[in-house]
Ligand binder design. Structure first.
Ligand SMILES: Nc1ncnc2c1ncn2[C@@H]1O[C@H](COP(=O)(O)OP(=O)(O)OP(=O)(O)O)[C@@H](O)[C@H]1O
Length: 262
């Protein structure tokens, strides 16, 4: 078996929206990511899997510069032809296009409506009709509208975990991003909410490119098109999800996906 097998998606005809080259991440002296070179295909779901501490979140958070204050990130992050890992980049604007949803649902202590409207108002959208329309569309896309349409003025803190996570997705898509980064978004959810969230992500793929960190192998297999396997700060294998789960080329990947790891 090989030691490393990373498929270049551009070589297999995919439209690449985001790619990293020579990406290294250091927390102080500790190098947590060595050469995370990956290409991400437009309107596809890519899963990042691997053991705890292998660098998945570090990599994901680097993609929209969430590591800026806590780590040193070197290398290129090419988003639609622009290296967004440059000091001159407007990080705020970049994060509008490359949004993030975190592991634990983190709605603001505001109404359901304001959770979504707030980000838009900050960006200068003040027209009430326009706000209403975007709030409704975002909640529909996040598959939450039917459950909350009569309760928009109620506190978001009263939502269930699954609903709160879908509200966070609605909030992220309200500003019309291109790419959604999700860091274990279902880890705090029960199986029913997890399944609903997976259906929502499959729907969202029509409009967005999705990159998701997950510990749940079945989840990666169910929803993703491509899977990257991380180990000890390196991407050891990257391929179609079916290939990773049925015919991995690297022994450690094979051990990991078959549950014989460690
Ligand atoms: N804020 C931080 N400061 C210092 N070291 C960190 C920080 N965040 C992560 N690390 C270290 O970087 C390495 C990679 O961690 P990371 O969280 O990216 O891994 P992961 O694969 O996402 O793990 P998990 O699946 O447990 O979330 C680990 O050695 C971790 O201890």
């Amino acid at each position: 078996m090989q030691e490393r097998h990373v498929t270049q998606l551009s070589a297999v005809g995919e439209e690449i929206i985001l790619s990293t080259r020579n990406l290294h991440v250091f927390y102080g002296q500790h190098e947590a990511l060595f050469e995370g070179d990956l290409e991400f295909a437009n309107h596809k779901i890519t899963a990042l899997i691997g053991p705890s501490g292998s660098g998945k979140s570090t990599f994901l958070r680097s993609l929209n510069r969430m590591n800026d204050r806590i780590a040193t990130v070197t290398g290129e992050i090419m988003y639609r032809g622009v290296d967004v890992n440059q000091p001159a980049i407007d990080v705020y604007e970049m994060r509008r296009r490359v949004g993030m949803v975190f592991q634990r649902p983190n709605p603001f202590a505001k109404s359901i409506y304001d959770n979504i409207a707030f980000a838009l108002q900050l960006r200068g959208v003040t027209d009430r009709h326009q706000l209403d329309e975007i709030v409704e569309t975002s909640l529909k896309q996040a598959a939450l509208w039917e459950q909350v349409k009569d309760d928009l003025n109620k506190s978001a803190l009263a939502l269930s975990g699954g609903q709160a996570q879908r509200l966070c997705i609605a909030r992220a898509i309200a500003v019309k991003p291109d790419i959604l980064l999700l860091d274990e978004p279902a880890s705090a959810l029960d199986p029913v909410s997890t399944s609903q969230l997976e259906d929502t992500l499959l729907d969202l793929k029509q409009k967005y490119t999705i990159i998701i960190v997950t510990h749940n192998m079945q989840q990666a297999a169910r929803i993703s098109d491509y899977t990257a396997f991380f180990n000890a700060g390196r991407v050891l294998e990257y391929d179609t999800t079916s290939q990773i789960f049925t015919n991995p080329q690297v022994k450690i990947t094979s051990d990991y996906v078959s549950g014989n790891f460690g």
